[in-house]
Design a protein around this ligand. Structure first.
Ligand SMILES: Nc1ncnc2c1ncn2[C@@H]1O[C@H](COP(=O)(O)OP(=O)(O)O)[C@@H](O)[C@H]1O
Ligand SMILES: [Mg+2]
Length: 507
């Protein structure tokens, strides 16, 4: 095998639960030896299932997994040179640090060559000697900076220290690949930041392959060589952190990775795109009149004097962030998130420009409606622009119920989360947008700005007065410029919180 051949290859891996639910779909990926790869995506997108198939705890419904070119799809876990650090690491509470780490080694048997009395050499499976176990445990504990803590009981350790023991236990067998499933999610923010750096250091020192799972984009950006962005069990994009941040392939990735301004836009000429009512030069070539999504990172918006940029706006919000200010500029009814070092005032008129290379133009995803800037209002309804929809908030936490309009309660832990004003990303399938000419029926009103016959049905774009688009599949015929209302059933709106649920916990 060549030096560049992958240590792990997944080929069209698919996992179906209960015969119908597709948790992982057509997952194909090569992982190089020594690489730090992160699977990134929201809760429920199939990260853990992928990791469990790598570890051998789950068997793919179809597709194959190779390790150094050998098919291991059906190999039991203990025969794989991998080890896993789980989200909920189960240490043995009645054992001390040393015994927790040594546990696996004590049961391990390794081939040893012994010489019989007649001079014949044979290989026997023998337990490791106490001395060897001692050396290995000491080395693993040193790697996680816990060498002084061998005799401490597990109950007396902080969360961060317990996490280190869990990692030491996973690396003590010197696996070729370490699988880490949200290993830092139980730690507080500061501890998480420290452990991120330490894990990165550990990866360098160990020189082994890390496959890391997280829903935290910042964590993924700061630690990984390669990020795999997932959604609904499928890979959206694979690339370096820089590549994914600067060149997202679609609005979903752009929104998930870092803060961004995402707009509906139209190609109006050769490398010219219109959004926010202005025409900007861009570097991507799309057919004229094509509807596209445009992404502009806040740090790439240039603030100029009124009239000197492409579009004018008014500063409506200002937050001091240490090295710079973060502003929201309203352009008509749209908001533009920007940054600048100059101290400006709320109410100040400014003009905005963006360099052509900083405008990322993407094919519009017409597979679903994505609303990255929605919020939960005080009535527990979902606000998309100026329209509000009834929505099921309990989907944000399995096994929860709603008290009042906006208080989510965990049935098991009784933890409470106040979701009033929570920022969410809402998603609605195209065939779940119901169009009616009775303007009183729906929650939003708009004009049909596009109607396309796609084989066996029409696809419409309904644009509201505040420039929200609803893309709808319908068998019925409507005319361009018809005013219609849009209704979405409660159960057809999928929600994801922009921040973690813990941000909303009621103390
Ligand atoms: N054993 C199982 N049986 C049925 N559904 C499952 C099982 N394991 C996971 N799922 C479902 O598969 C989806 C992906 O789960 P998971 O891989 O745990 O996601 P993630 O780790 O990205 O949060 C979820 O909708 C989850 O409910
Ligand atoms: Mg998971």
């Amino acid at each position: 095998m060549g030096v560049d051949s992958p240590i792990i290859s997944l080929r069209n891996v698919r996992k179906v639960f209960d015969g119908t639910f597709v948790a992982v779909d057509d997952f194909t990926l090569d992982i190089r030896k020594g690489e730090f790869v992160t699977l990134l995506g929201p809760s429920g997108c199939g990260k853990t299932t992928t990791l469990r198939m790598l570890a051998g705890f789950d068997v793919p419904t179809s597709g194959s997994i190779f390790l150094n070119g050998v098919d291991i799809t059906n190999l039991p876990p203990y025969k794989r040179p991998l080890n896993t650090v789980f989200q909920h690491y189960a240490l043995f509470p009645n054992l001390d640090v040393y015994d927790n780490v040594a546990f696996g080694l004590r049961n391990k048997r390794v081939p040893v060559e012994v010489t019989k009395r007649n001079g014949e050499k044979v290989t026997k499976m023998k337990k490791l000697s106490a001395e060897v176990i001692d050396q290995k445990v000491a080395k693993a504990l040193a790697l996680v900076d816990m060498e002084e803590m061998e005799d401490r009981s597990i109950q007396n350790l902080s969360g961060g220290q317990q996490q280190r023991v869990a990692i030491a236990r996973a690396i003590v067998n010197e696996p070729d690949v370490l699988l880490l499933d949200e290993p830092l999610s139980a730690l507080d923010h500061k501890m998480r930041k420290d452990m991120q750096l330490e894990l990165k250091e550990m990866h360098k020192k160990l020189g082994i392959t890390f496959i890391y799972v997280t829903h935290d984009q910042e964590e993924a950006l700061s630690m990984s060589d390669t990020i795999v962005v997932m959604k609904d069990g499928a890979i959206q994009q694979v690339g370096t952190p820089e590549n994914i941040y600067n060149e997202p392939v679609n609005a979903y990735v752009a929104d998930f990775i870092g803060e961004s301004n995402i707009y509906n836009a139209t190609m109006v000429g050769d490398k010219k795109v219109r959004f926010l009512g202005g025409v900007f030069a861009c570097e991507d070539d799309f057919p004229i009149n094509e509807k596209v999504d445009v992404v502009v990172r806040p740090e790439d918006v240039i603030l100029a004097k009124p009239g000197e940029g492409v579009i004018d706006g008014i500063i409506t919000s200002k937050v001091f962030k240490g090295e710079m200010y973060q502003y929201i500029v309203n352009v008509g009814r749209n908001e533009v998130l920007c940054r600048g070092t100059k101290n400006r005032e709320i109410g100040e008129k400014v003009s905005l420009n963006v360099e052509s290379s900083n405008i990322q133009v993407m094919h519009k995803e017409l597979t679903s409606n994505l609303y990255p800037d929605a919020i939960i209002n005080s009535d527990g309804r979902l606000e998309i622009g100026e329209a509000s929809f009834e929505v099921d908030l309990t989907q944000l936490l399995k096994g929860s119920k709603l008290e009042g309009e906006t208080l989510l309660v965990d049935n098991k832990t009784h933890k409470q989360y106040e979701l009033k004003n929570a920022e969410v990303v809402a998603e609605v399938a195209l065939d779940k947008i119901e169009i009616s000419d009775n303007l009183e029926i729906g929650e939003a009103r708009g004009i049909i700005v596009s109607n396309v016959w796609v084989g066996d049905h029409y696809q419409y774009i309904i644009r509201t007065e505040d420039e929200e688009d609803f893309v709808a599949d319908s068998p019925f015929s409507w005319n361009l410029n018809d005013e219609v209302s849009v209704h979405i059933k409660k159960e057809d709106i999928r929600l994801r919180l922009k921040k973690g649920l813990e941000e909303y916990v009621v103390l």
